[in-house]
Design a protein. Sequence first.
Length: 99
Amino acid sequence: MRILLLAAAAALSVGLATPAAATGKMKCDAPQKSWKSMASLESKLKKDGWEVRKSKVDGGCYEVYGTDPQGRRVEAYFHPVSFKMLLSSRRGEVLYKAN
């Protein structure tokens, strides 16, 4: 029993020590010192008619979960310097993808 507990604790600590991985949906390459703030992106999106529920960094891009101006609940990726939309999807369906 004690061996099982030690093994479980070791496995858990390895899992916690591993950094969160990006999803791989988008990758942005820009020096972080040149990024605009996520709060600025959220403010811009709200002015453009978005409802932002959550935002985070994923793959060096800003990933936003929210409702777009058309009323669709989406997951969207934006470049952290230009705020250009790179990808917008809903339930696995790509709504927009930049070239």
